[in-house]
Design a protein. Sequence first.
Length: 82
Amino acid sequence: MAEGPAQRATERVDAERAVERLSAVLAKLPRRQRDVLMLYAVAELEYAEIAAALQIPLGSVQSALHRARTKVRAALAEGDAR
């Protein structure tokens, strides 16, 4: 099936909604979880580098990243279910 203007417009709207959902979820995350997630996902730092940058224990980095990922996944899945 060829991708036409209507299909591209639908995909663009879907992408905009996903960005809005993600932005809202990130804004609601506790600061530490958001900082750890952003340093990992955007800055592409390793766990030890994040720990050093934020001056927190490595275990705290792992916990914060796990919690942040869980919340983001749940929020995006909830949006997909609508």
